[in-house]
Design a protein around this ligand. Structure first.
Ligand SMILES: [Zn+2]
Length: 65
């Protein structure tokens, strides 16, 4: 009787930076910013995030002063 069934590390999920939808890490689009890594459910959200970064002249920071 299996009593140690756990998700494998390969099944790790991440939240999209833009729409917060959870996607498997292996399928996420990844952007490496200055000091953190952002994940996206697809190219649409990735491009949305990039457009926002360009609009502000920098990559959005998680915690402004
Ligand atoms: Zn998304």
């Amino acid at each position: 009787m299996p009593d140690h069934v756990h998700p494998t590390p390969d099944a790790q999920r991440v939240a999209c930076e833009v729409c917060l939808k959870e996607v498997p890490k292996s399928e996420a689009t990844v952007a490496e910013a200055a000091d953190y890594v952002a994940y996206f459910c697809g190219l649409d959200c990735y491009q949305t995030w990039q457009a926002q970064a360009r609009a502000t002249g920098d990559v959005p920071k998680a915690s402004p002063p």
